[in-house]
Design a protein around this ligand. Structure first.
Ligand code: 4AD
Ligand code: MG
Length: 479
């Protein structure tokens, strides 16, 4: 008897097979049970007749609750009416473990109810589809950059300074006497990597202490960040549109069944082909005014503005040359018009808004020093970054693409927090963590006072924590 995964069932038509998984749903009609089995690779209907399995086994299945772990043996059969095209005629059933009162039933539940049970919710067909699409997006991103000769050079998660403004930094107690911050973006390190390797990308988790409770902001999300030496704003825009078109194309090619589960209108995704429209910030403001939106030149676009703008186009739109004032300290001013920066945001259609932010970096030493001062940033923390302008500086640029935002758009989700990727959190769901933080603080104070109440007899662990020669945050030497 071959043990198979549901996704491989087509190769075993007419053969006896063994499937291991969980009971997703059950229907009965007199002498037949229809058991929907899921095994992580798919869902399949298993047809169990009393005649084939006998009274006792039939009775067992009759009382089996949703999410019980089961092993089914039977024969695979093609059936055009079945959702996946196949069914299994059950010969026997083994109950591995019984589940009682599974809290997520096929009826409708509110998002908050489901979010509180996310560890179980991910078993649902829709959530699994989102996770599979996320998997495809990430693979596509890697294939795209690897195929173009970019080198993956990941950047640190503990960092000594801000990249994207000090207001959204998450401080972390780094041993006894140092504060580190969770990375907001790997960009600054990426620039160093690009000066070594030419074309690089970093891909990992990033953090923003975002208090804004919007459908687009998470405190923890994944970002892919390419960086290129000898690149201008135009090169950055071209790379971003090629990437987005490639990623969407891959999901359309490989994840049609998942898009179907999500009831995604794929005609809209089919339109996502490069080149994308490119408009300046000035033109974007004019569009907002035409739409009757009161927007003052000089400000950053809020979510409603981005929505209004992206609704105007059937594919992502690249908005470039934002006012320097609303952009980060490292953005290169346009030499022809220094009040605007050579930066770009790519806004996804259907009102999804910004999925990519990037641009050309300041390569001039003096100008960068001036900007660091203007932004009130500590120059010492950026000396290594200034070295990149001291030793062989060249025009360069790159961008960051937020994975959850892309997945959320491709899947057509209504809220970023519904995207199960990486269990990403949003600001609205912090009650449990507040309790956790209070406990953490209490223990920290006790340790400061020289008492370790958690492990009163664990002297070695305590000594290790207090040893003066611990590695410190590699702030100055290696950023
Ligand atoms: O526009 P951002 O802040 O740009 C940077 O961090 C640059 N340093 C990247 C670079 O040039 N290497 O963020 C980039 C992208 C956004 O376009 C968005 O997709 C995502 O990261 N993002 C978020 N996603 C979810 N929740 C948040 N709070 C996000 N903040 C940014
Ligand atoms: Mg941005």
């Amino acid at each position: 008897m071959t043990t198979v995964y549901i996704e491989d069932i087509a190769k075993h038509t007419g053969e006896p097979v063994r499937l291991r998984g969980w009971l997703h749903n059950r229907r009965s009609s007199g002498k037949i049970h229809f058991l929907t089995l899921r095994d992580g690779s798919g869902f399949i209907q298993c047809v169990m007749s009393k005649q084939a399995v006998g009274d006792a086994m039939f009775e067992t299945a009759d009382h089996l609750a949703q999410e019980s772990a089961i092993i089914v043996t039977g024969t695979a059969r093609a059936d055009a009416r079945a959702p996946g095209g196949f069914e299994v005629d059950v010969a026997s059933l083994e109950v591995v473990s019984e589940a009682k009162d599974y809290p997520i039933t096929p009826k409708e539940h509110g998002v908050d109810y489901l979010m509180d049970r996310r560890h179980l919710w991910i078993r649902s067909q829709r959530q699994q589809a989102v996770l599979r699409i996320r998997h495809e997006v990430i693979n596509a991103v890697r294939d795209f950059f690897n195929g173009k000769g970019f080198i993956l050079a990941d950047t640190p998660i503990f960092t000594p300074a801000a990249c994207e403004g000090t207001t959204t930094l998450f401080p972390v107690q780094y041993f006894e006497d140092t504060t580190a911050y969770l990375t907001q973006s790997g960009q600054l390190y990426n620039e160093a990597n690009a000066m070594a390797l030419g074309r690089v990308y970093a891909f990992g988790p990033t953090f923003r202490a975002e208090k804004s409770k919007t459908r687009r902001h998470l405190t923890e999300f994944w970002m892919v960040e390419p960086e290129m030496a000898y690149a201008t704003l135009d090169d950055v825009i071209t790379l971003s549109e090629e990437l987005v078109a490639y990623v969407v194309g891959r999901v359309l090619e490989k994840r049609k069944p998942e898009l179907k589960v999500l009831e995604r209108d794929t005609a809209k995704l089919e339109k996502v082909k490069a080149p994308f429209p490119r408009i300046s910030y000035d033109e974007a403001v004019a569009i907002l005014h035409q739409k009757g939106i009161a927007f003052e030149w000089g400000g950053d676009f809020g979510a409603p503005d981005e929505t209004a703008l992206s609704e105007e186009f059937d594919r992502p739109v690249c908005v470039h040359r934002y006012p320097s004032k609303v952009k980060a300290f490292y953005m290169k001013p346009d030499p022809d018009r220094p009040e605007v920066a050579l930066g770009v945001d790519v806004l996804a259609p259907e009102g999804y808004g910004e999925i990519i932010g990037g641009g050309e970096r300041i390569s001039d030493f003096d100008l960068l020093v001036a900007r660091i001062k203007e932004h009130g940033l500590p120059q010492e923390a950026f000396e290594w970054y200034l070295d990149l302008r001291r030793f062989g500086t060249v025009p360069h640029g790159g961008f960051g693409m937020g994975i959850e935002r892309v997945v959320s758009w491709i899947c057509g989700l209504e809220h970023l927090r519904v995207c199960p990727a990486g269990w990403a959190r949003d600001h609205g769901r912090r009650a449990g963590r507040r309790r956790h933080r209070r406990e953490h603080l209490r223990l920290h104070r006790q340790r400061e006072a020289g008492v370790d109440r958690r492990h009163p007899r664990n002297g070695a662990a305590q000594a290790r924590r207090q040893a003066p020669d611990r590695d410190r945050l590699p702030g100055r030497a290696l950023p």
